[in-house]
Design a protein around this ligand. Structure first.
Ligand SMILES: [Zn+2]
Length: 317
């Protein structure tokens, strides 16, 4: 790591008269060692849990200090800490500072210890208030402050992202992505035919997006576009021969194809696919049900009964 003297006013990610660099250690420069208050160390660890990162990644920092004369330390980190202080200084340290203290007994300057002990939680309202002095404000994510956005559920975050992207201008500029969003919405609503109409625009160009192809095939099967479901799932199956490496898509595509063959009353092909599915996943109820229905349709009644029993047991799981 590039060395910056403790309390100097510049470091790799920040500079200015208010800046105090701390913990930018390099083996070629000696550093203070000694004990630190345990409450300081735990507060510092807390600060490192999810620190504000104003810059995109600047590469990782490797610890270049030696544990003993023969061995280099292997520790590494990539985040940095911005800690505002009431003395109008902004302390900037690599997250590796925790490691330097714990493993290499680094003793940071006294004023940094005080700043950390007094610091507000990262990304808290007080944090942003103090950071304002240094030209930073709370980031706005999809039209809401970061702290509010962070408290949303994952699902709400996704919806927020979609809603904010899907302005009419955005849809116009991104017709394919817009069609995918509309298609996925239709899938969620169970409007499979409408979903396939939206998605088929997208799959024509996104031929390598297997997730999308699978969703399309599944929707086709569900709305009776069986031949298309068979074509697309066959393509996916061909691309996912390996087992168990690509188990989900390979297996799920097989199930979609089996159900589609069944829909076309092509029972031998349906049975062949269902059989591979249950061979790979003994708990797949849908495949046992399919097997029993197909066997029954072609008069293989005792097999049908056996598969029904399998289905029942798989369901009890
Ligand atoms: Zn180290």
């Amino acid at each position: 790591m590039t060395h910056y003297r403790d309390l100097s006013t510049s470091c790799m990610v920040e500079e200015g008269p208010h800046v105090r660099a701390v913990g930018w250690l390099n083996p070629r420069f000696p550093f203070e060692t000694g004990d630190v208050p345990p409450e300081f160390l735990s507060k510092l660890q807390e600060q490192c849990a999810s620190p504000f990162q104003p810059l995109t990644l600047r590469g990782k920092h490797d610890c270049e200090l030696k544990l003993d004369p023969s061995a280099n330390c292997k520790a590494t980190g990539y985040k940095n800490l911005w800690i505002p202080s009431a003395n109008n200084c902004l302390y900037v340290a690599p997250e590796m500072i925790v490691h330097y203290i714990e493993v290499h007994r680094y003793q940071p300057p006294e004023e940094f210890v005080h700043a950390v002990l007094a610091a507000p939680n990262q990304k808290s309202p007080l944090y942003w208030q103090m950071m304002e002095l240094f030209g930073y404000s709370e980031p706005i994510i999809y039209g809401m402050p970061l702290s509010e956005y962070d408290s949303l559920s994952e699902r709400d975050k996704q919806l927020r992202a979609q809603a904010s992207r899907r302005t009419p201008e955005w849809e116009k500029a991104n017709p394919i992505e817009a069609a995918i969003y509309r298609g996925m919405e239709r899938v969620e609503l169970g409007n499979y035919f409408e979903a396939t109409q939206e998605l088929e625009i997208a799959i024509a160009t996104k031929t390598n997006d297997q997730q999308l192809l699978f969703i399309f095939a599944n929707a086709c099967q569900k709305c009776g576009r069986f031949q298309e479901a068979i074509n697309v799932s066959s393509d996916l199956i061909a691309r996912n021969q390996e087992y168990p490496g690509t188990v989900t898509r390979g297996k799920d595509a097989l199930l979609v194809r089996a159900l589609s063959f069944q829909g076309l009353q092509d029972y031998p092909n349906a049975i062949a696919d269902f059989a591979i599915v249950v061979e790979r996943d003994e708990s797949c109820v849908a495949a046992y049900v399919g097997l029993s229905e197909c066997c029954e349709a072609i008069g293989r009644n005792s097999e049908a009964a056996a598969y029904r029993e399998h289905a029942r047991r798989a369901e009890l799981g």
